[in-house]
Design a protein around this ligand. Structure first.
Ligand code: SF4
Length: 331
């Protein structure tokens, strides 16, 4: 029998209920990630990429979140139906996450060592193994800090998060993420809060770790340059939907969705200073009342009446999946 894909999301619909009504933040997501892939998820702020990433490890609070339909499956298991024991096996040994702001995910009143030891022992318990002694977990923590190229790992374990720079804190979180030996690493804007030189170092580190540990990577970013540097496949999201999904090279060279074209045209080209970056006109839609049909139609230069009436299905075009009625005409 064929192995199920590492991650399979089918028809997944998620909403948030608030005072003003129901915001449909994910609307029919279909996405499959095979083991060993490096997949970048890109789109403007508010397109649903972070909430999609959190859904993979069932980290979206319910309520106010509400699943309206579809499934998220990890190695064939329905994530929404998992009990506590299955979730403990999923978070850490299955899926590990790195978030945008490392300070928010480290407890300021405990040393790095104390926090890492707890995480390592929790993963032991989640995996159904006997928890290793604290001294052994501390030795493992020092090894992990060395693996993410932090100097003097033994001494670092006794320091508090506020004593570390932003780049060092992010490396600590990466070390924690690796401590469960995850199959899928989800990195949600991992460098956005860092300055440019540190960003480059952290990205190089993630790339090396993914290669050496043969990890599957799901990288969330609004930065096409970051995605292009680390990922072989790119998924473009707009207003809670996947609009294009294909090999990075193909998608960057010959985008087939008008929104992907717009995103690429909005990136300044330093090699061609005469080329002016063109912003996408209009605003991202209000998800309390999203546009009918294709959610991009109010901003699309190619929109036809059919676009407002019928939602375009995600279909195979020119070696990738595209959700556009006019994909064949977009050259
Ligand atoms: Fe534009 Fe229509 Fe394609 Fe949507 S379906 S991207 S509105 S051409």
């Amino acid at each position: 029998m064929r192995e199920p894909p590492l991650l399979e999301i089918t028809g997944y619909r998620l909403a948030f209920d608030g005072f003003e009504g129901r915001a449909q933040v994910l609307d029919g997501i279909d996405l499959r990630v095979e083991a060993g892939e490096t997949v970048g998820i890109v789109g403007e702020t508010g397109c649903g990429k972070s909430v999609l990433a959190r859904s993979v490890a069932r980290l979206v609070p319910m309520p106010p979140g509400r699943v309206l339909g579809g499934h998220v499956r990890f190695q064939g298991q329905d994530v929404m139906a998992m009990d506590r024991a299955a979730l403990a096996r999923l978070r850490g040994p299955g899926v590990a996450m790195i978030f945008q702001d490392p300070m928010s995910y480290l407890n300021p009143v405990f040393t790095i060592g104390a926090q890492m030891v707890d995480v390592i022992r929790a993963h032991d318990r989640g995996a159904g193994q006997k928890m290793r002694p604290r001294s052994a977990a501390r030795a493992a923590a020092a090894e992990l800090l060395g693996a993410v190229r932090l100097p003097e790992p033994g001494r670092l374990l006794d320091r508090y998060p506020h004593e570390l720079s932003g780049g060092m804190r992010q490396r600590v979180l990466i070390a924690m993420a690796l401590s469960g030996q995850p199959k899928l690493l989800v990195a949600d804007e991992p460098t956005t809060a860092l300055d440019v030189t540190v960003q480059a170092e952290v990205l190089r580190l993630i790339e090396d770790l993914v290669t050496h540990n043969r990890l599957t990577l799901m990288l969330i970013s609004h930065d096409l340059g970051v995605i292009g540097a680390l990922c072989r496949r790119v998924v473009v999201m707009y207003a809670g939907t996947v609009v294009e999904d294909g090999p990075a090279e193909t998608l960057f060279d010959r985008p087939r969705h008008p929104y992907t074209r717009g995103l690429l045209a909005a990136v300044p080209d330093l090699e061609r200073p005469a080329h002016r970056a063109q912003p996408i006109p209009g605003q991202i839609p209000n998800l309390l009342d999203p546009p009918s049909g294709c959610r991009f139609h109010p901003r699309c230069p190619l929109a036809l009446p059919v676009c407002a009436a019928q939602r375009p299905p995600l279909r195979d075009v020119d070696g990738r999946r595209v959700a556009c009625h006019r994909a064949e005409e977009v050259a």
